[in-house]
Design a protein around this ligand. Structure first.
Ligand code: ADP
Ligand code: MG
Length: 463
């Protein structure tokens, strides 16, 4: 016959909520500050049921990470303080807001508030990735405006501009910046209610509400929000009733001076199938773009990643990857992770040759032989010119600059010699090509639009 669990607290004098605070303190002193604040502090204590301590985590991702890395340690700490506990179970805190906060009278200074606030925010909000914070975001020319705007919104107690509209291509850090804003506000201004969700989830929730004839409750969820973030808003283009609902939510929040943050893959005026009044309102605040990465930014991102890995990654390998994997940051990270995972698994040192083997498939795709002809065609299309303009003797600026750019791309993306390139551009001299290459290199340092054009074209040509 098992002893009724309810008797146990009488035997154990400890209050589990206080024990939990003690455990948090122990963890805070034994692991690094970043690990603690990122992974462990967001945990909450819920209950002791039989021999299990039930903890809550704001996201599944965080739960899995804690189970994998701190599961045993948590169990050990609990068992030491509270011998009836044999297991630790972490649930994802979707409904924590229904549970009254557990009073911890003599609680040590480790704050429990942010975890509770996080859980309360999670009713409709999508999970936040703990790695997507400002500290992990590498800033460079292509993203400095978006980064500065995101920081301003996160740090300001009021609403500096409304909405903040972030746009740019896939895998360039928009979602990362939005999560970073959410983490920052949740940590530093826990009284502000922050909701982050994709436009797709917004629509899903809305359709669900329609189906259950519960649109009042749906609206209610947004009424008390202080900061609303909707990711990938291009998704709702053409979806009329979702758009309509979004427009109302958006207007209501902006009118009450609540912060709204939107992301999309292009600027408001370029999103088709969006109603005019919504389109124009989206552009009222600050519109900040994230440009394609530059070589320097890619290198910076790799360096930051290398600092966090236990395997040494030689600089030559980072340069190699920054040169070859140019599409977006997601792909760059993927390549880096593959390389380091491989090195760890088979115990092989990382060098350029090894990277060539491990990433053979990826690199082949990037190294598809490019002809000068194809470069000329792409550049011409990009600038709305005819292919003949690339080889013609015309020297008007609107033709000459794109032609120089094409010469530059021919130089960096193919292994053709300068005289070869000159010949392919209507029989020009190799000094003309040389001049074009250095001209473009110079301009890229000062002209952000041109630099971004170059990267876009380079990307198009190397996929
Ligand atoms: P987007 O939402 O623009 O498609 P994400 O924010 O999902 O892109 O970014 C893709 C991946 O690249 C994520 O893992 C993100 O952490 C990483 N990333 C993007 N930009 C940066 C940056 N500037 N510094 C560090 N990591 C970045
Ligand atoms: Mg995204």
């Amino acid at each position: 016959m098992a002893t009724p669990a309810v008797l146990e607290p009488v035997v154990m004098s400890a209050n589990p909520a206080v024990v939990w605070q003690k455990i948090l303190q122990a963890l805070a002193s034994e692991c690094g500050r970043t690990t603690f604040t990122t992974w462990l502090q967001p945990l909450g204590f819920q209950d002791i049921i039989d021999d299990r301590a039930i903890l809550t985590a704001p996201t599944r991702f965080l739960r899995d990470w804690v189970n994998a890395n701190y599961g045993d340690r948590l169990r050990g700490l609990w068992a030491a303080e509270f011998p009836s506990v044999r297991r630790v179970e972490i649930t994802v805190a979707a409904s924590l807001q229904d549970t009254p906060a557990i009073p911890a009278p003599s609680a040590p200074s480790v704050s429990h508030d942010s975890a509770a606030a996080t859980a309360a925010n999670d009713a409709i909000s999508a999970p936040l990735d703990p790695r997507f914070n400002f500290e992990n975001f590498v800033v460079g020319k292509p993203n400095e405006l978006a980064f500065a705007a995101a920081r301003r919104v996160a740090e300001s107690p009021s609403v500096p501009f409304n909405p903040l509209f972030l746009y740019g291509g896939v895998g360039l850090g928009k979602t990362h910046l939005m999560h970073a804003i959410a983490w920052h506000i949740r940590r530093n201004q826990p009284q502000r209610k922050v909701i982050y969700l994709s436009a797709e989830k917004f629509m899903y929730e809305f359709v669900k509400a329609l189906r259950f004839k519960d649109t009042m409750a749906f609206k209610e969820q947004f009424r008390s929000v202080d900061v609303l973030m909707i990711d990938d808003v291009q998704f709702i283009s053409g979806k009329d009733s979702t758009q309509e609902e979004f427009f109302h939510t958006f207007n209501a929040l902006v009118d009450q001076n609540r912060q709204v943050i939107i992301s999309a893959d292009r600027q408001p005026s370029d999103i088709e199938g969006l109603e005019e009044r919504l389109r124009s309102r989206l552009g009222w605040g600050l519109v900040a773009d994230v440009h394609p990465t530059t070589y320097e930014l890619r290198l910076g991102i790799l360096q930051a990643k290398a600092e966090k890995t236990s395997v040494p990654v030689p600089h030559s390998v980072m340069e190699f990857l920054a040169q070859k994997i140019t599409n977006n940051v997601r792909e760059l990270e993927g390549a880096f992770n593959r390389v380091t995972a491989h090195a760890t698994l088979v115990g092989r040192a990382i060098n350029v040759e090894m990277v060539g083997d491990v990433l053979a498939d990826l690199l082949r795709a990037h190294e598809r032989r490019l002809s000068i002809d194809e470069i000329q065609r792409r550049v011409a299309t990009y600038y709305n010119l005819r292919s003949q303009d690339m080889v013609s003797p015309r020297r008007a600026r609107e033709v000459a600059r794109p032609r120089q750019l094409a010469m530059y791309l021919a130089k960096v993306l193919t292994n053709k010699s300068l005289p070869d390139i000159g010949r392919s551009f209507g029989g020009r001299d190799h000094t003309t090509v040389m001049h074009a290459v250095s001209k473009i290199e110079d301009l890229m340092k000062t002209d952000a639009t041109l630099a971004s054009d170059v990267e876009t074209l380079r990307r198009q040509l190397t996929v």
